[in-house]
Design a protein around this ligand. Structure first.
Ligand code: ADP
Length: 447
């Protein structure tokens, strides 16, 4: 087993990883920017190293500084969390070259899946159903029109290097296509330094359903069921649940097996998420994330497995702790992403937390690095915590969520908590009847 893990991240996920390491008796090294001197993961780690000034590119994205911190501390492994360097194939290669274990997939698999055109090709080859669209990158209008006429409008122009919901343009008709192609290419070039785009059928009322997979790198792979992440704003997830209210156990087993078989064929190593849009009973692959996801705790709640423990086991070549037959799904779990943002305008609200009270009780988990008196720095993502509740079934889970939302207090900054207090009482949400557009429509209607 690895002995000392450097956690190349911040915020709630750094703390999440630290907790798993402590439970496994593994020493921890926190790295942090000068803005995060007082962060909880820094306070709780066995050692900490300051790696630079507040801007991410000078600290959390600075590979030489992180490597130096590994050398200084003698860490033999790095957990990248999500975001930052977690899907940077070059980082994984550099660590390999220094004989430091990257707790994640091989650089080759990160690179393959990071290119969405290649990822889709690979998925198709491995028997995963994909969204109809162009066979590869599309560069000129005539080619785009031919593809779009073939699959039918509306279509979506997407950046091959895309992420975080950026670089996507809808074309409703033939007249919109040229402009959509041009703006998507420009945006992709500016945001990702790669202007390759491709075309997909734009699905009008899908759910976002993703399958959690795990491979041991030696040809064994399992799935841990799905998460429904359809409640989104600007293609960003807001609320996630497991299992999906839309799937039957048979559908779950079927798509889960397709994904696990594909990962076994690839000899995939570590945690991965295969994202689908789901409409009219059909699954359509959109992308694969080769890392731990923000919403992984809902899967942990219903399976009882610690996904970071599994990641560390696999990275240490100890294999997975369970076989597919041993994975059982119990009850229902929901996660709310608590952002330091205005619940209506979503404008960021950094600053000092004047009062903080975390909810508790059976089936309630809070993953957060904040505490009373903590100042949320303005430099990073606005996610300050996640509230995860588990119940015997979805009705029980919703009741518990309502109760936990009543208990939690975060004063001094604005948060998205009021939104969740509204959602938990909404009849559509209670019925599980929502698609990827539901939340934006709801927000527009209640503005
Ligand atoms: P990113 O990597 O930027 O998150 P994804 O490909 O995962 O991009 O898509 C993010 C979200 O965008 C999806 O959850 C969905 O809401 C929407 N989306 C993506 N592809 C399509 C599509 N073909 N039709 C409709 N909506 C889509």
């Amino acid at each position: 087993m690895v002995k000392k893990v450097l956690i190349a991240n911040r915020g709630e996920i750094a703390l999440r990883v630290l907790r798993a390491c402590k439970e496994l008796g593994i020493a921890t090294v926190a790295v942090h920017s000068t803005a995060d001197n007082a962060a909880m993961h820094v306070r709780l780690a066995d050692e900490s190293v300051c790696i630079g000034p507040p801007p991410s590119r000078d600290s959390y994205l600075n590979i030489p500084s992180i490597l130096a911190a590994c050398e200084i501390s003698g860490a033999d492994a790095v957990h990248p969390g999500y975001g930052f360097l977690s899907e940077n194939a070059r980082f994984a290669e550099i660590l390999d070259a220094h004989e430091i274990t990257f707790i994640g997939p091989t650089a080759e698999h990160i690179r393959l899946m990071g290119d969405k055109i290649e990822a889709k090709r690979t998925a198709q080859r491995l028997g995963i159903p994909v969204v109809p669209g162009s066979a590869g990158a599309v560069t000129d209008d005539a080619e785009a029109l031919a593809v779009a006429d073939d699959i039918g409008f509306p279509v979506l122009v997407k950046a091959s290097a895309g992420g975080g919901g950026r670089g996507m343009k809808v074309a409703k008709t033939r007249d919109d296509l040229s402009l959509a192609l041009q703006t998507a290419r420009q945006e992709a070039g500016a945001a990702f330094g790669d202007d390759a785009v491709y075309i997909e059928k734009y699905l009008e009322k899908p759910r976002h359903i993703e399958v959690q997979v795990f491979g041991d790198g030696a040809g064994n792979a399992i799935h841990l069921g799905e998460r429904d992440c359809s409640l989104q704003r600007r293609h960003q997830k807001v609320w996630e649940e497991a299992n999906s209210p839309a799937l039957t156990p048979e559908q779950r087993a079927k798509i889960g097996d397709v994904c696990a078989n594909a990962m076994a064929q690839m000899r995939y190593r570590g945690a991965g998420t295969i994202e689908f849009l789901y409409e009219n009973g059909e699954f359509y692959f959109i992308e694969m994330n080769t890392r731990l996801q923000v919403e992984h705790p809902v899967t942990e709640a219903i399976t009882g497995l610690d996904l970071v423990h599994e990641q560390i086991r696999v990275a240490s070549a100890e294999g997975l702790s369970v076989t597919q037959d041993q994975v059982k799904f119990t009850g229902h779990a929901i996660e709310c992403r608590i952002n330091a943002e205005d619940a209506r305008t979503f404008a960021p609200s950094p600053g000092k937390i004047s009062y903080y009270h975390a909810p508790g009780g059976l089936g309630v988990r809070v993953d957060s690095g904040v505490y009373q008196g903590y100042s949320i720095p303005p430099f990073y993502d606005s996610l300050i915590g996640k509230l995860i509740v588990h119940g015997r079934d979805r009705v029980d889970c919703m009741r518990r969520l309502r109760r936990a939302l009543d208990e939690i207090v975060v004063d001094g900054v604005k948060t998205t908590l009021p939104l969740f207090r509204d959602l938990v009482d909404n009849p559509d949400i209670a019925a599980g009847a929502y698609d990827i557009h539901w939340l934006e429509k709801y927000l527009a209607a209640s503005a």
